[in-house]
Design a protein around this ligand. Structure first.
Ligand SMILES: Nc1ncnc2c1ncn2[C@@H]1O[C@H](COP(=O)(O)OP(=O)(O)O)[C@@H](O)[C@H]1O
Ligand SMILES: [Mg+2]
Length: 233
């Protein structure tokens, strides 16, 4: 028995002729926070998309709690305990903020990660507003609350920091750390390194669908190859 919660091995995905994932492998332990960073277009969102079941990978494996869940669709993954946020969230417009959470199916016997997801992300005061009235930053927080409502043990967050103001950033970093302390594992995808630094030192840096660095964030920021791909943008 491995103590890893999530293991991905050799994930590949192409769109047309473009190999967007060229064999990504990593593991995440329960309650661990792993940062997945890299320049725009390096394949970070696609990585979340194939793990969370939005897309099927062309090759490779996704193992969750020791079982292959490779290619299973989003709703099956959510039920299994893996959920994700979207880089560009699309809340149900015409539904209130609260109703957007109520439509989420709860996992059978899921451990309650947070009692009240809306309160957890600081949106309870807006619960009766139409979701479309929220700012883009607030829509990201609502999307996070939606993912939390399913009771995930593994949460994949895609560029949560972009669009949040500095006060919201501090708050959300504190809350994500709280989730990890409660045993939720997090894969934190970010283009910029600053927000990741608030959460974890363990990062993988991607470029062109491949891992180019794995280690601690401070070393990544000094790594020649990493600096080069960021400057080369
Ligand atoms: N559904 C898709 N169809 C075609 N190309 C896609 C699709 N999703 C992503 N891509 C392409 O894959 C590459 C990586 O995109 P993405 O995973 O979004 O990168 P990142 O999140 O690191 O910015 C980009 O060139 C993007 O245009
Ligand atoms: Mg992306």
């Amino acid at each position: 028995m491995s103590h890893n919660l999530l293991t991905v091995t050799g994930l590949t995905k192409s769109f047309g002729g473009l190999k967007v994932l060229a064999g990504i492998s990593f593991t995440v332990a329960p309650g661990e926070i792993l940062g997945l960073v890299g320049p725009n277009g390096s394949g970070k969102t696609t990585c979340i998309n194939v793990i969370s079941g939005l897309y099927k990978p062309d090759g490779g494996q996704v193992i969750f709690k020791g079982q292959s869940v490779t290619g299973k669709p989003l709703h099956v993954m959510a039920k299994a305990g893996v959920n994700r946020t979207f880089q560009i969230p699309k809340p149900f417009k015409g539904l209130t903020v609260k109703q957007n959470i109520e439509v989420v199916q709860h996992r059978q016997g899921a451990f309650q990660v947070v009692d009240n997801p809306l309160e957890f992300v600081g949106l309870q005061k807006f619960q009766d507003r139409d979701a479309s009235s929220l700012t883009s930053g607030q829509q990201k927080l609502l999307d996070l609350a939606r993912a939390l409502a399913s009771g995930p043990e593994m949460l994949l967050v895609d560029e949560l920091a972009a669009g949040l103001n500095p006060a919201e950033l501090v708050e959300i970093a504190r809350r994500l750390k709280h989730l990890s302390e409660r045993g939720v594992a997090l894969l934190v995808v970010e283009h910029l390194l600053g927000f990741v630094n608030e959460l974890t030192q363990r990062v993988i840096v991607m470029n062109a669908g491949k891992e180019i660095f794995e280690g601690d964030l401070d070393s990544a920021a000094k790594n020649e190859r990493v600096v080069e791909v960021y400057l080369g943008q």
